[in-house]
Design a protein. Sequence first.
Length: 365
Amino acid sequence: MVKTETYTLNMGPQHPSTHGVLQVVLELDGEEVVQAVPHMGYLHRGIEKLAESRTYAQFIPYTDRLDYVSSMCNNLGYCQTVEKLMGIEIPERAEYLRIIMVELNRIASHLICMGSLAIDLGASTGMMFGFRGRERILDLFDMACGARQTYSYIRFGGVSADIPDAFVPELRRFLADFPAMLEEYHGLLTGNEILYERLKNTAVISGERAIAMGLTGPALRASGVAYDLRKVEPYSIYDRFDFEVPLGEVGDSWDRYVVRMEEVKQSMRIVEQALEQLPEGPVMGKVPKVLKPPVGEVYHAVENPRGELGYYIVSDGSPKPYRIHVRRPSFINLQMLNETCQGLLIADVVAVLATLDSLMGEVDC
């Protein structure tokens, strides 16, 4: 039997397909992957430690910079955790505005995932189409809070400001246009034989293995596990909306792509229902000027585009948190990279990275 010698190839840390600054050390036997070990930490900023020297309100902008393509969702998770600790009540209108914003952000995030997957595999047109749809959503965010990437729109007790009069008509136009745009994406990518062959039956993760490794979000649901915090542990007002949880059958890269595309449709359903039910009223509840949560600890999680985003806060009764820890789905999902890449060809590694959809700002924290 011929014995071959393996060799090492560094993918990154500066690489166009790593969705942030990530180094993957590849051990290869020819073009076959023996090991794919992620080396992270290049974007580490010490956000959890910084929180200890900031007031609770001052930490909100830091949450924008975790998963920086899902900033609204990060804001919601953190604010709800503090509100849970303090027992703050949220006005009805603010609850609906929060849901509209985070579901629009979920659509925008999945469009980036779709576009990034396309360009990682050499289809630059898919990236342009994905960013076209995302641009419409960023225009809506800009209209609501004056920012396009880091929002800090969701605050303790509600949201920073009510939406302008032009917001709802513009949102309705987007919702009317988006189904046709989504059909274009499916025609361009889902019906593309090359994309299908590159993703189908590669990097399969069984439901049992996904649970054992702590995967959440689309990466878990693609393996057939019906776990979505908006359904199993409804927070905010999600129990008022009718939507489905898309599931995969095999747990391969193709299922992870398809689940996200289907989730976009469900997020549209939620936004449409929230818009129809949107009540009048205030957008900010009664919140003390200086927040001093009671001594204690709390954990709260929300369903982010990449999985379960959880905040654990320890309060010592002062205006600054004693300790904050963030459960980051990107960090946990990335742990599957080595296992899923073994035995694949080197060209498949970028596809696996793209469908796991780990964002390095959230991984490194």
